[in-house]
Ligand binder design. Structure first.
Ligand code: FEO
Ligand code: CA
Ligand code: CA
Ligand code: CA
Length: 519
């Protein structure tokens, strides 16, 4: 086993449990990691892991790397992919680790203003020298987009009396377009700016007690919950109205048979929907149709004001349908799902895989992976077959699937996200810390689920993405030490060790075993 920083060796007893429930096959592609609750980043033998960049590392003389990194997008800057631009989402921040303030506690406007600089996204140049990756401080490409950056709405659309938003928030997962822009998804925006309902054409603000920025910053929740498109070389950002407003987890981009661009999206809330947007063109996302999935009937239902009498009854315009797309999806018969997280497309079969992470209210603790196969294998199709690809639980050895990436051979790499408070409360005994799994879907090891890496305490792994040569898997380590109540006694000290605050970081996984699996 390998560690990012020094740690104690796992006991022999623990090692013996290595394969007990992760794979039913005696033959294994590598010796998988056993479960562990150690506060460290640990990999199975044959993999190495190095921290690439940490929270508050300087990007340049004015900007610092944000916290709680999630989605990663690797954009090569040279032909062999040893020099690249890395986009990194910064999903949320924890006031305890920022300035020893509790969530929900009264904070000054100046304190909240500081918090706003910790989230959003980072662009950072990275380079591989002598086999190891490092980031390039002061690169001309390095920049931040934060919760304070002014971001226009697509086509200067007016929303709640403004044509731009103050910042972007809770950037979770995302995607990359054929025209080389980044899509970054605003997810749990309500923790900062509350939410609103729109029932019988009456809007009502609904405060949410968590980060409470609305106490000092008067921005409507309708300005958040969008997919934001970012041009990586200028940092120009736009909030995309056409893709609808809801708790956007992910935006996975592909192309249909006629050449139209298609974006698959999960809405991560209990009862949230699976959406897809089919662009009218192959060149931008400015016009097209937003659909929600009815997975019982195998149908994509258009959220189209012009043709749907239910939408006409409840809204005054297509713009209102898109602003309140979550509600509109329920009205037209979108199937309520168990918290759709990441969406990925099998590069060999074209099947769409959706991580349904859990639905604890409904007694679903472990989640599952849903497979969607579009009719005629066409992503523009309006009908499909849905089936469960695999379920979480003790037998499969994982719980709460979240982020995923396929390698070029069609193997799935998946991370788990058992919430830190649920792990503390004993909901997941025997699962260890959150982990990264290798899941071959074809070949001699198909059906096996193999643990590759284990996360530090309270953390989840997010944003898995491969370098262009598939020799490196970049991975975010998000919210280590998230249960910390007192910064002088954090519940994790990863990656810098005892006496240090925990720091969300990006890690580069390499090694002979990774290359054996991906090349
Ligand atoms: Fe930000 Fe649904 O995870
Ligand atoms: Ca997620
Ligand atoms: Ca993904
Ligand atoms: Ca999650």
């Amino acid at each position: 086993m390998g560690r990012v920083s020094a740690g104690v060796a796992l006991s022999g007893a623990l090692l013996e449990t290595a394969c007990s429930h992760l794979s039913t096959s005696m033959a294994v592609p590598f010796h998988p990691l056993p479960t562990t609750t150690e506060d460290n980043f640990i990999t199975a033998d044959g993999f190495t892991a190095d921290v690439l960049i940490r929270w508050r590392d300087p990007l340049n003389t004015k900007d610092k790397f944000g916290t709680n990194n999630d989605f990663l997008c690797f954009i090569p800057l040279n032909t062999d992919g040893t020099n690249a631009l890395l986009w990194v989402n910064h999903e949320y921040m924890h006031p305890v680790l920022i300035h020893n303030r509790k969530m929900n506690s009264p904070r000054t406007k100046a304190e909240m203003s500081l918090e706003q600089l910790e989230i959003g996204g980072s662009l950072v140049e990275i380079i591989k020298r002598n086999g190891k990756w490092s980031y390039v401080p002061n690169s001309k490409y390095n920049r931040r987009i934060t919760a304070q950056t002014k971001i226009p709405f697509q086509k200067n659309t007016r929303i709640m009396n403004a044509t731009s938003a103050y910042g972007m928030v809770t950037n979770c997962s995302g995607g990359y377009t054929p025209w080389k822009t980044i899509l970054t998804c605003e997810e749990n925006y309500d923790i900062y700016y509350g939410n609103s309902t729109y029932i019988n054409k009456k809007r009502q603000f609904v405060p949410q007690k968590k980060m409470n920025w609305y106490e000092h910053f008067n921005h409507p929740p309708e300005h958040y919950g969008w997919v934001v498109e970012v041009e990586p070389f200028t940092g120009h950002a736009t909030k995309l109205i056409t893709l609808g407003r809801f708790e956007h987890e992910s935006a996975t981009v592909t192309t249909g048979k006629s050449g139209k661009v298609v974006v698959y999206m999960g809405e991560d809330r209990r009862g949230g929907g699976i959406f897809k947007f089919v662009s009218d063109s192959g060149k931008n996302l400015d016009k097209g149709t937003l659909y929600v999935a009815n997975t019982d009937k195998g149908q994509w239902i258009a959220l189209d004001y012009a043709t749907n009498p239910i939408l006409k009854k409840h809204f005054n315009s297509q713009l209102e349908v898109l602003i309140y797309a979550s509600y509109a999806a329920e009205l037209v018969g979108g199937t309520a799902q168990d918290r759709p997280e990441d969406v990925e497309i099998d590069p060999i079969t074209g099947a769409i895989v959706v991580a349904l992470t859990n639905n604890i209210d409904q007694g679903n603790l472990y989640g599952s992976l849903l497979k969607i196969e579009e009719d005629s294998g066409d992503h523009e199709s309006l009908t499909f077959k849905a089936s469960t690809l695999m379920s979480g639980g003790m037998e499969s050895g994982f719980a709460c699937p979240d982020n995923m990436v396929f390698d070029g051979k069609g193997n799935l790499w998946m991370t788990s996200d058992m919430a830190e408070y649920d792990m503390r409360d004993g909901k997941y005994p025997g699962f260890g810390n959150n982990s990264l799994f290798y899941i071959p879907l074809k070949g001699p090891y198909a059906g096996g689920i193999y643990r590759v890496a284990s996360a530090p305490c309270d953390a989840e792994f997010t944003g898995p993405t491969f370098s262009s040569d598939s020799k490196t898997l970049f991975l975010s380590v998000q919210h280590p030490g998230a249960l910390t109540k007192d910064p002088s006694a954090p519940t994790s000290t990863w990656p810098d060790g005892p006496g240090q605050l925990p720091k969300s970081s990006v890690v580069a996984i390499q090694g002979p075993q990774l290359e054996k699996l991906t090349l």
